[in-house]
Structure formats: C-alpha cells, structure tokens
Design a protein. Structure first.
Length: 125
C-alpha cells in the first residue's frame, strides 16, 4: 500500500470515527457544523497525527521507558513470588526457596532475574 493510500485510508477512518464519537458520545465529544465540520476535523486529526505523533513519541520516550521498566519489574516480582508460594506446597525435604534480605533482597533478586531473562531473550532467538 502506497504512503498516499495509507494517509487517505487513515483520513477516511478518522473521519468515520469522529462522526461515530459525535453521534454516540455527544455528551462528551461535541462537534458543531454538521458533516463538513466532521470531515474537516477528520482531516485536522489526520494531519496532526502525521506531523505531531513522531515528535510526541520522541518526547515521551523517557516516560515510556520508565513505564516499561516498572512493568517488567512488577512482572518479575510477581513471577518470583508465585514461584515462592508454589514451592511452599512441595515437600520441604525435596526443595525450599526463601528470598532473604527483606526488601533489598527482593529487589536484588527481581533485578537479576529481569536482567538474565532479558539477556536470554536476546541470545535465544
């Protein structure tokens, strides 16, 4: 699909979405001026998206990186805590697992697991 076709398709879909929003969520999204205004708004949204989206994407990179790191940290923390709980149901003569060191111990284990999983993801493709 050519770039012009993609822009035209985005314009059409955005205009339809603007119309849908004004018709079904009129208490929140109010557009006056009828169909010409809806088409103009679709055009403005399309142009703004093409021109401003790359800049906004770049500006928000630190925030998105931070949010990604927090999500990865939480996922690894939950995974480790679930494994710790599962191990508690097994025979202690066979296996035990305890994360010692309190909060700092948990942070260290979570960070190391995250780093190792990230490296494995890169190495094992």
């Amino acid at each position: 699909m050519s770039p012009l076709t993609r822009i035209l398709l985005r314009f059409i879909l955005t205009t339809i979405f603007v119309w849908f929003m004004s018709q079904h969520l009129g208490q929140y999204f109010v557009v006056t001026g009828g169909m010409p205004a809806t088409v103009l708004l679709g055009l403005i949204f399309t142009i703004a998206h093409k021109l401003l989206h790359p800049l906004l994407y770049l500006i928000t990179l630190p925030l998105r990186l931070f949010a990604t790191l927090v999500a990865i940290f939480l996922i690894n923390g939950l995974l480790i805590s679930i494994v710790v709980e599962i191990i508690k149901f097994l025979d202690p003569s066979l296996i035990t697992l305890h994360i010692s060191g309190g909060f700092i111990g948990w942070i260290a284990v979570i960070l190391l697991f995250g780093l190792v999983h990230w490296l494995m993801k890169i190495l094992v493709k």
